[in-house]
Design a protein around this ligand. Structure first.
Ligand code: HEC
Length: 130
């Protein structure tokens, strides 16, 4: 009984730490890559914290919005203009933006990352124009 409690506590601690790590990496990617436009609204980028602008985007859902942002939309450059940014890194930065702009997303799990990658391919192939 004691052991089981310890194991559960340990698992909860790991979980808390790993979600914290995710939150921090999303925040630092945001600051390094996205903030130059999304902080001040450069080129009419929806600003961090502008709930009215982000609400319809958030409503598209995490898979669609992450994939379309990653591929690039009009003045929004692919990968936020950072060629080495991974899908996961981009997704985490977007989670940070969304959670500071009226939404409540979590870092995508493996299944969601697969779906995002599929949507990226479809978007690139022009099969799924918005
Ligand atoms: C060079 C400026 C610039 C940078 C850097 C940038 N963005 Fe953007 N972003 C824009 C602009 C401009 C738009 C609005 C595009 C439009 O709708 O015309 C936009 C729109 C978006 C959208 C909405 C896309 C859609 O489907 O309408 C998402 C999501 C997004 N950005 C995420 C990010 C993330 C995450 C980063 C950092 C990893 C980032 N952006 C970095 C300029 C930028």
């Amino acid at each position: 009984m004691m052991l089981k409690t310890k194991v559960l506590t340990f698992a909860a601690t790991i979980f808390a730490f790993s979600s914290l790590a995710y939150a921090q990496s999303g925040e630092s990617t945001y600051k390094q890559v996205c903030a130059s436009c999304h902080g001040a609204g450069v080129l009419n980028a929806p600003k961090l914290g502008d709930k009215a602008k982000w609400a319809p985007l958030i409503a598209e859902g995490q898979v669609i919005l992450t994939a379309h942002g990653y591929v690039g939309v009009r003045a929004m450059p692919a990968k936020g203009g950072s060629p080495n940014l991974s899908v996961e890194g981009f997704a985490d930065a977007l989670v940070y933006i969304v959670n500071n702009s009226g939404g409540k997303w979590t870092a995508p799990d493996a299944k969601t990352v697969v779906a995002i990658n599929k949507e990226i391919e479809a978007r690139k192939a022009g099969l799924n124009k918005k």
